[in-house]
Write a protein that binds this ligand. Structure first.
Ligand SMILES: Cc1cc2nc3c(=O)[nH]c(=O)nc-3n(C[C@H](O)[C@H](O)[C@H](O)COP(=O)(O)OP(=O)(O)OC[C@H]3O[C@@H](n4cnc5c(N)ncnc54)[C@H](O)[C@@H]3O)c2cc1C
Length: 413
C-alpha cells in the first residue's frame, strides 16, 4: 500500500476538521486515534457560534443534520454573571445568519459530537482510519516523517503529519521540548460533572458563565443538555490552582453549596457522573505551530480562548487551515520547515487578533469592579447589551473593551 499523503494524529474537532477538508479534496489521508469511538472527552460541550461558522465552511449541510439529532440542544445565547452576582443575558448574533431557524449554537456531549463528525469523515470514503493506536514518537526518514507507537512496532511513514492529539500532546512536547501544562499562566485546569434536574435554566438554553470572585481568573458554568441534564463545571488558571493548592472537585461541590443563587437551583439535582478534570492550553501565548513535515492544530497548538475557555472553534479552524496548507504543500511537493511556517502565519493572522483581545479581557478579570460595572450598566441599557452581543462576532467592537475611555464613558453615563 502506498504511504498516505497526510497522517492526522488525533480525532478531536481539530483532527476531524482537517480530515473532512482533506477527504473532500480527495487527498489520501490516514486518521489515527488512541481511543475507540464513540469516546468521551472532558469538556463543557458548548458549540459556539464560531464553531458553527467553521462547521458550515466544512460542510454546509452539517448544521441541519445536527439540529435533528436527539442528543443536541439548540442554544441561543450566553448569560454572564458578574462577581457582584448581577447578570446579563446576551443573545448570540451570528454573522451572515441567513437562516434564522438554524440555531446560533449547540450544546452536545462530546461523545456524540466527535462521533458524529467521525462518521461524516468515514462517509467520504477517502480517509482511512485506525482506532486504538497511540502514536508516541516521530523520527525523520529521508524527506519523510515516520510516526510510531511506544513499542516502535507500528510505524507509519508520510510526507506530512497533522498533530491533533490534544492538550496532553506527546508529539508537541517532542517537537518543542515543552509540556503545555507547565506554562501555568497560559493554562487552565478544568473540571466537569453531569447533573440531572438543575432548575431555572434559561428558556432559550443560554449557556451560563458565573464569574464568582474567588474563581477569577476563571468561572463556574452551567450548560444545559437534552433530557433534563446539564454540564456543570469550573475552570481556573493553573497558576492560581497551584498557588492556592485548590482541589477543584471539592471546590465544585462547595461553590454549589455555598452560593444561595446556585444552591436553590440544585435542590432537586443529582450528580450523575463523577467530576472529571482535564487541561486547557490557552492561546494567551504565541507558540511555534509547525516544524519540518508537520503542523500542530487545536489544543496541541495551544489555541484555547483565554477568556471563555472555548477551544472547539479554534481547533476546527486550525484543522481547516492546516488542511488547506497541506494541499498547497502537496501540490508543490515542499514540506520544508520554511514552507510550513506559512501555516503559523495563517493561524495567527486569522486567530491572533481575537486571542490577544481575549487575553486582555482575561487580565481585566483582575479588576472585578470593572466587570461589575459593565454588567450593571448593560442590565439597564439595551444599546450597551447590543454592543456586547456584537462583541462575540466582531473583534473591532470587542477591542473597545481594551480602551480605558470605554469605562470612563460607562462610569459617567
Ligand atoms: C473542562 C473543560 C471544558 C471545556 N469546555 C469547552 C466548551 O464548552 N466549548 C469549547 O469550545 N471548548 C471547551 N473546552 C476546550 C475543548 O475541549 C478543546 O479545546 C477541544 O477539545 C480541542 O480539540 P482538539 O481536537 O485539539 O483536541 P481533543 O478534543 O482533545 O482531541 C484529541 C484527540 O487525540 C487523541 N489522542 C491523544 N493523544 C493521542 C496519541 N498520542 N495518539 C493518538 N491519538 C491521541 C484523543 O483520544 C482525542 O480523540 C473545554 C475543555 C475542558 C478541559
Amino acid at each position: 500500500m502506498p504511504d498516505p499523503e497526510v497522517v492526522i494524529v488525533g480525532a478531536g474537532p481539530g483532527g476531524l476538521a482537517a480530515a473532512l477538508h482533506l477527504g473532500r479534496a480527495g487527498i489520501n489521508t490516514l486518521l489515527v486515534d488512541q481511543a475507540t469511538f464513540p469516546r468521551d472527552k472532558v469538556c463543557g460541550d458548548g458549540i459556539s457560534g464560531w464553531s458553527v461558522d467553521i462547521l458550515k465552511k466544512l460542510n454546509p449541510g452539517i448544521i441541519d443534520e445536527l439540529t435533528l439529532q436527539p442528543y443536541s440542544l439548540d442554544s441561543w445565547g450566553v448569560r454572564f454573571v458578574a462577581p457582584n452576582l448581577k447578570s446579563i443575558d446576551i443573545p448570540y448574533k451570528p454573522k451572515n445568519h441567513e437562516r434564522p431557524d438554524q440555531p446560533a449554537g449547540f450544546i452536545i456531549k462530546r461523545s456524540h459530537f466527535d462521533n458524529f463528525l467521525w462518521e461524516k469523515v468515514k462517509q467520504l470514503g477517502v480517509v482511512t482510519s485506525i482506532e486504538g493506536l497511540r502514536i508516541e514518537n516521530f523520527t525523520y526518514c529521508g524527506d519523510k516523517i515516520m510516526l510510531s507507537d511506544r513499542s516502535g512496532k507500528t510505524k507509519i511513514t508520510t510526507k506530512l503529519a497533522i498533530i491533533a492529539d490534544g492538550a496532553q500532546s506527546v508529539l508537541a512536547k517532542k517537537l518543542n521540548g515543552t509540556v503545555l501544562s507547565a506554562e501555568k499562566k497560559h493554562h487552565m485546569a478544568g473540571i466537569r460533572a453531569y447533573f440531572k434536574g438543575v432548575q431555572d435554566n434559561h428558556a432559550k438554553n443560554y449557556i451560563e458563565m458565573h464569574f464568582l470572585k474567588r474563581l477569577l481568573p476563571g468561572y463556574f458554568w452551567i450548560f444545559p443538555l437534552p433530557n433534563d441534564q446539564a454540564n456543570v463545571g469550573i475552570g481556573i488558571r493553573s497558576d492560581k490552582v497551584s498557588r492556592h493548592k485548590i482541589n477543584l472537585r471539592e471546590l465544585l461541590d462547595e461553590v454549589i453549596r455555598s452560593n444561595n443563587h446556585l444552591n436553590k437551583r440544585f435542590v432537586k439535582a443529582e450528580k450523575i457522573t463523577p467530576a472529571q478534570g482535564f487541561g486547557l492550553p490557552l492561546g494567551s501565548k504565541k507558540r511555534m505551530l509547525s516544524g519540518r513535515n508537520m503542523m500542530k492544530v487545536g489544543d496541541a497548538a495551544g489555541l484555547i480562548d483565554p477568556f471563555t475557555g472555548e477551544g472547539i472553534g479554534n481547533a476546527m479552524a486550525s484543522g481547516l487551515y492546516a488542511a488547506q496548507h497541506a494541499i498547497d504543500c502537496i501540490q508543490k511537493d515542499d514540506f520544508s520547515k520554511n514552507t510550513m511556517l506559512a501555516y503559523d502565519h495563517l493561524v495567527y493572522h486569522k486567530l491572533g487578533h481575537e486571542l490577544r483581545l481575549s487575553t486582555t479581557l482575561q487580565n481585566l478579570l483582575h479588576f472585578p469592579w470593572l466587570f461589575n460595572l459593565v454588567v450593571n450598566k448593560a442590565g439597564k441599557n439595551d444599546q450597551l447589551k447590543d454592543l456586547i452581543s456584537s462583541m462575540f462576532v466582531d473583534p473591532n467592537i470587542k477591542s473597545r473593551l481594551k480602551n480605558p475611555l470605554f469605562y470612563l464613558k460607562l462610569l459617567f453615563g
